[in-house]
Every structure is written in C-alpha cells, then in structure tokens.
Design a protein around this ligand. Structure first.
Ligand code: SF4
Length: 210
C-alpha cells in the first residue's frame, strides 16, 4: 500500500479526541479542498504490505485505537483488508473518509468519520449521497465550517437527510473561522452538535505527525 506516514499521538478530533491513537495515513487523494492541511499526503513516501502496516501498528501495544486516514484511504482497495484485519485483532478502528467513494465494503465494526464537504471546500459536488445508506449508528459526521453559509448549509443537510441520530461534529477552518464564533452559533441552535477543534494543533501547533 502507498503511505504518507504512521505515527502515534493523541486523537485530535471526533468523540475520541484526547485518547492515545495510532495514525495510519495512506497516500493519495481524489479531491483538492481549498483548506486542505495534508497536501503532503497527495504523494506516497513509502510502501508497505497490509501485514507490514499491522506489524508497525502492533509496535505501539497496548494502544488499541487506530485511525486510518489520508489523503483518501478508500482509494486503495487494500484498505478494506487492512480494516478487516485490525478489527479481527480487536482494535477499535476509525476511518476518516471524504465521502466521495462508496462505503459499501467498509466493515460494520469500523467507526467511520465521514466528512461532508461544505460549499467553501470547493468540492461540495463530490458528495456521494448514496453513502448515507451505509452509515451505522456509531459513525460520526464531520462538517468543516469556514463561514455562516457553510454553517447554515450543514444544518440544512442534517435536517433534510435526518442525520440527527449520528454524532455531529462541526470544525472551524483553521485560521479562517474563530472557534468562539462557531461555538456561539452552535449554542444558539441548542442542537447536540459537538465543536470539533483539532486538539493536536492546540497542543503541538501546526506540525506534521502530531
Ligand atoms: S479530502 Fe482531505 S486530504 Fe483530500 S484534499 Fe480534501 S482535506 Fe485534503
């Protein structure tokens, strides 16, 4: 498989934020979001077999939380086999995906963190709406918000597709939308939306592999 990096850090996002986690960042992405902060993952830095990745992950024992991220992990077909093996080895597996590729083959035990591309991403028309039928109750839906238009758009999508039962995450675009403003907007709705700040950036700043 083509990889960008494997590293160990605190999970920065989702309802798992703050927990020790192993990150497997697969290389390559089919999108080009305006605010992308992982452009370095567009091109591979090394390759490993599925078994080779598992071996790397196992080095961090007793950590049993692993996130498969990218780029876009589902571009590489072997990512499904990787997730299946990790599940079999009793890891809690998070998959961060950009929602433009079918989720059909993702094992049910995997917790999908599904990024709904908002208008300011510039790739809003890449959303694969058919994916909604593959969402499981434990999945989390992430909306990256740059402005009020994105915020209102996200609320409209949640209502239109009846997505309230999922964990909803709203993240401010780094250096573009003040988290205090987003916090205020969320509070005004009274809805169970989680403010999703990139804890890793709060702790370690804007550096790679943290
Ligand atoms: S989907 Fe993720 S990795 Fe791909 S361009 Fe968008 S932000 Fe970057």
């Amino acid at each position: 498989m083509e990889l960008s990096e494997i590293f160990y850090s605190l999970q920065g996002e989702s309802s798992y934020a703050g927990l020790p986690c192993i990150f497997v960042r697969l290389a390559g992405c089919n999108l080009r979001c305006t605010y992308c902060d992982t452009k370095y993952a567009y091109e591979p830095e090394f390759t490993l077999s599925v078994e080779g990745i598992i071996k790397e992950v196992e080095k961090y024992y007793p950590v049993k939380l692993v996130e498969i991220t990218g780029g876009e992990p589902l571009l590489q077909k072997e990512s499904v086999e990787l997730m299946k093996l990790l599940v079999k080895k009793e890891y809690t597996v998070l998959l961060e995906t950009n929602n433009s590729i079918s989720l059909k083959d993702v094992p049910d035990q995997v917790i999908k963190i599904i990024d709904f591309k908002t208008p300011s991403s510039g790739v809003c028309n890449s959303i694969l709406w058919d994916n909604i039928k593959y969402f499981n109750d434990h999945d989390e839906l992430k909306f990256v918000i740059a402005n009020r238009q994105d915020f209102d758009w996200a609320l409209g999508i949640i209502q239109k597709y009846d997505l309230q039962k999922y964990q909803i995450l709203f993240s401010p675009v780094h250096k573009k939308l003040d988290k205090k403003i987003l916090a205020k907007w969320i509070l005004e709705t009274g809805l169970p939306i989680r403010l999703n700040i990139q804890l890793n950036k709060v702790i370690w700043g804007d550096i790679r592999g943290a």
